[in-house]
Design a protein around this ligand. Structure first.
Ligand code: ZN
Length: 315
């Protein structure tokens, strides 16, 4: 009886194990099937993904600045690694969208914001900081980041910005002058040189009543315009020579290209930099436009007039 019980118990136990084993086999089979079909599905996805990524691009996609404004490759790594990029939305600094938070970049925006009327900041869609090892050639730069030429990024070298806050103010204002003088009301990026009846900078054509076209008409002679490089870049050798011979230029860099002349002069105007008397007509140009004169009055209100002259004198 005890044995039977034992046997029966063994049998019962054996029967229990057998059920468990069968259950395990069923579960195991299901698992195997799941793994098999899972692997098959994963392989299919990988294949589909591979097919998608390796398919040739027939036409360039429409470029929206939102896709690119935070991309360090688009902003340009050639001046040093990009360490921080902030979105700029409707003339206000937005959230960090690349890298790490950087007080120098935030400070550079505040330097602009305190002086520039808000509509002039609108074309800026991102603000970047880059970090260059060693002496800096370029403290800041600005450029369009879409093919339409409507949205701009401004970038600054973070160490140089911290080392010289006054130079940073002048440089940021110089860059903003490039931005607002090429916005959609001023400049047509898609007009070819042959179709341009005003000043063409190698990338597009300035509107007749644009600041830059009026500037070129007033301060640059045709021979100097004709001698500019076709690609729109400044010509520093020619600038050095012009500066040597003409004390009306705001330094040799300003003399290298009409748009550099405009941007250098504008920064000097805004911050009341004391310039040689022959530069005065250039400074007076900006005072003719109430919206540009507002920059200068904002700077005065903020106690930011008479910034030191770091320009090289011409003549
Ligand atoms: Zn410039």
């Amino acid at each position: 009886m005890e044995i039977d019980e034992l046997r029966s118990s063994e049998q019962s136990s054996g029967a229990h194990l057998s059920v468990l084993a069968r259950a395990l086999i069923i579960v195991g089979s299901l698992l195997c099937a799941a793994i098999f079909f899972g692997a098959l599905f994963a392989a299919f996805l990988a294949y589909a993904d591979n097919q998608e990524s390796s398919s040739p691009v027939q036409t360039p996609p429409a470029i929206e600045s939102d896709q690119f404004r935070c991309d360090p490759d688009v902003i340009g790594e050639q001046d040093g690694p990009v360490v921080a990029v902030y979105e700029v939305n409707d003339s206000a600094l937005g959230s960090l969208c690349f890298g790490r938070a950087n007080p120098a970049v935030i400070g550079a925006w505040e330097a602009l914001e305190v002086v520039a009327p808000s509509p002039f900041l609108e074309p800026v869609v991102s603000l970047a900081g880059y970090d260059f090892d060693g002496p800096v050639d370029t403290m800041a730069f600005a450029g369009p980041i879409d093919f339409r030429g409507l949205d701009f990024t401004v970038a600054l070298e973070v160490d140089a910005a911290v080392a010289d806050p006054e130079e940073l103010r002048l440089t940021m204002m110089h860059e903003l002058a490039h931005v607002f003088s090429q916005d959609s009301s001023q400049f047509f990026a898609d007009v070819a040189r042959d179709d341009c009846e005003t000043f063409h900078n190698g990338f597009g054509c300035f509107a007749e009543e644009s600041y830059v076209n009026l500037w070129v008409t007033r301060f640059w002679d045709q021979a100097a315009i004709d001698a500019l490089p076709d690609d729109g870049s400044p010509d520093q050798d020619a600038g050095d020579e012009r500066c040597l011979n003409d004390s009306a230029f705001p330094g040799s860099y300003g003399a290298s290209h009409p748009e550099e002349d405009f941007a250098e002069s504008f920064a000097a105007f805004v911050y009341g930099v004391e310039m040689l008397p022959d530069v005065q007509p250039r400074l007076d140009f900006f005072a003719e436009f109430p919206e540009l004169a507002e920059f200068r009055s904002n700077a005065r209100k903020a106690g930011l007039s008479n910034l030191p002259n770091n320009y090289d004198d011409c003549g």
